[in-house]
Design a protein around this ligand. Sequence first.
Ligand code: ADP
Ligand code: ASP
Ligand code: MG
Length: 443
Amino acid sequence: MKILKFGGTSVGTAERMKAVASLIKNDEPKIVVLSAMSGTTNALVQIAEKLHQNKNQEATALIDALHNKYKQVAEELYTTSAKKNQAEELLNNHFDYLRSFTLDLFTIHEERAVLAQGELLSTALFQFYLEEQDIPSVLLPALNFMKIDENEEPDTAYIAKNLKTELEQYPNTKLFITQGYICRNAFGEIDNLKRGGSDYSASLIGAAADADEIQIWTDIDGMHNNDPRIVKDTYPIAELSFDEAAELAYFGAKILHPSSVYPAKEKDIPVRLLNTMQPEAKGTIITSESKGGSIKAVAAKDDITAIKIKSGRMLLAYGFLRSVFEVFERYKTPIDMITTSEVAVSLTIDNAKFLNEIVAELKEFGQVEVDQDQTIICVVGDFIAARSGSGLKIFEALKAIPLRMISYGGSKNNISLLIDTSHKVEALTRLNDGIFERNTTNA
Ligand code: ADP
Ligand code: ASP
Ligand code: MG
């Protein structure tokens, strides 16, 4: 069985949905994971914001506008009046549900239910289209099997067991449709896997179903060597290892959700990144093997906060770093980069929710400095295969840019640099010109 995930733009219009249907209608057994139509989750976030602020009229106007957009989609998607009516009723149900929140208390719990509507809508509309086209398929509710635990980590045993139970109900079915992104949490409430989470859903479903392959269909022909939104002349990378792809996803390559490589890696299931707009392009294949050029790609992660703790006395005495890390642990705040010297420790976090509390506790160890608006630039490749010279190329390319932190040696796949975000575009552009060999097998 294969898992095929289609992202927001791939199902962004009636026409795109029809194109997806023709891509998947062959006989191979598969589970198709859909995101919300592009723009929908952003619209739902906006609606939730208005509801939180008690701006119910503005919320209603946004809900009406979104409803109208979907009516148009339904008009274009179906030919029979039976399906058009069925879709109209479905849309009325979902949008009346959204409107009901303008009359009632609105908390984080209701917000999550609002955010879930995008994937519920796209999958239901798509299933109706398949029915109209006589393509046999079953819509599996992700809320019946996708679950996170009290630490917001996927409950993989639960997912595997419940997905199996769902699939066993339809022994003769080859095509299943389900929602990405949405799940239940430890309390059984509707929740989600964070923005971009449909990739993660696909990977978790692939691992749970022991799939042969996980395909992430999107709007670009694979993982590029640099961020195509920022730099011109990027190119797709033919092959990546799980570790390389995981580093890129974690450090900002938006094409993959930060955690989405891990479940596939655990089960050694190849992940293919493909382009719905250009299905014949070979895209990127991610497996346990690393091949191709030594320096493969760069990615950038914004909104990083750097914290420096200076302490003449205790630093690097045994137990000191543990005490520092324990502060971050208490606030469930992961650390991304760390560098040390005899007199100071610098580290970075991307979740600054508890920054004030963390800084207050760190002050017990010494002087604390905080720099916000930082960016981690992550250069990924096989630096063992490269043997030597990679560092020189990177520093040469970045010689005009002030580097705040450097991390090398944590893994063989990653060199990370911390810079001020104001230098990001220049850094990515200079690296693009300076470190890649364009005539490799990857280009
Ligand atoms: P989807 O809606 O299909 O999940 P996303 O917008 O989440 O699509 O991800 C695809 C986008 O990721 C691309 O359009 C591209 O702009 C962006 N992107 C950022 N970095 C990279 C990269 N290194 N390679 C490819 N795409 C990237
Ligand atoms: N629809 C969700 C989002 O926009 C999940 C996804 O697209 O992967 O974040
Ligand atoms: Mg995405």
